[in-house]
Design a protein around this ligand. Structure first.
Ligand SMILES: Nc1ncnc2c1ncn2[C@@H]1O[C@H](COP(=O)(O)OP(=O)(O)OP(=O)(O)O)[C@@H](O)[C@H]1O
Ligand SMILES: [Mg+2]
Length: 245
């Protein structure tokens, strides 16, 4: 039987008069790669912020690995096993790539030697070895996106939340990133990813959730979701025609 890793129950947040996430229910099983798509402003990043503890929900619950983690602070959510990347990448610019990744590893160990070991291993996986001593602020956009993933992976997450890690990449870089995310998922890390690059979402994810105005309007396999008339109306439109042709 499949084990549920993350469960969202009626997850809701209001910012003044705006309900950014509105009774969002979802279940993510161990080992899945699930996409979260929807138009700009649909509430995708806000949903991540609710899961990661940046905001406490107005209503609803976040259950992770059988435990109610609603309202925990980001640091504690991370320690429970949820790693996340930021849509707007936030490296520590004056620190090297290695040091940036070590910051993630320090969540599980106080020992620099152990943190370094973890960071070096992850640099290898992510393909940033040659940049180990570069200052993060000197990295190119694709390298920064990789560093974001490396920092999150260094926390040794069970669940990895990826917020538009393919944005700003060229087609070759997107292909490479797809392979990387697939290999992370194959190694047993459950993935929930926000992505506007639909072909990539379809290539990586076994299931897709669609948000529109804070509400989940559809859920299913990539094929089911892309043929759902509500999704086409709300989001896919012309872009979907490109994918089909
Ligand atoms: N801290 C906040 N205070 C007030 N409104 C907010 C806050 N954070 C997000 N919002 C609003 O909530 C809505 C959802 O924003 P969110 O960033 O979650 O969208 P998104 O689906 O990630 O969009 P995009 O695809 O453009 O990244 C938007 O209307 C946004 O302006
Ligand atoms: Mg967003």
């Amino acid at each position: 039987m499949q084990k549920t890793l993350l469960e969202l129950k009626d997850l809701t947040i209001r910012f003044g008069g705006l309900i950014a996430v509105n009774k969002f229910n979802a279940q993510i099983n161990v080992g899945e790669a699930v996409g979260l798509i929807g138009p700009n402003g649909a509430g995708k990043t806000t949903a991540f912020n609710l899961i990661a503890g940046v905001y406490a929900p107005t209503e609803g619950k976040v259950i992770f690995d059988g435990e109610d983690i609603t309202g925990l602070k980001p640091y504690d959510v991370c320690r429970k096993g949820i790693g996340r990347t930021f849509q707007v990448v936030k490296p520590f610019g004056k620190m090297t790539v290695l040091q940036n990744i070590m910051v993630g590893a320090f969540i599980n160990t106080p020992k620099p030697k152990e943190a370094k070991q973890v960071a070096v291993e992850i640099m290898g996986k992510i393909g940033l070895q040659s940049k180990s001593d570069s200052l993060a602020r000197n990295l190119t956009i694709p390298e920064r996106k990789r560093l974001e993933m490396a920092k999150a992976l260094a926390t040794k997450p069970k669940l990895l939340l990826l917020d538009e890690v393919l944005a700003g990449l060229n087609p070759t870089e997107i292909e490479e990133a797809i392979m990387l995310i697939k290999s992370i998922n194959r190694e047993g890390i459950t993935v929930l990813m926000i992505e506007h690059v639909l072909q990539a979402t379809m290539a990586i994810c076994n299931r897709i959730l669609v948000l529109d105005y804070g509400k989940k309007i559809a859920e299913g396999t990539p094929k089911e979701v892309t043929s759902n008339i509500d999704v086409i109306k709300a989001y896919l439109g012309d872009e979907y025609e490109d994918v089909k042709n």
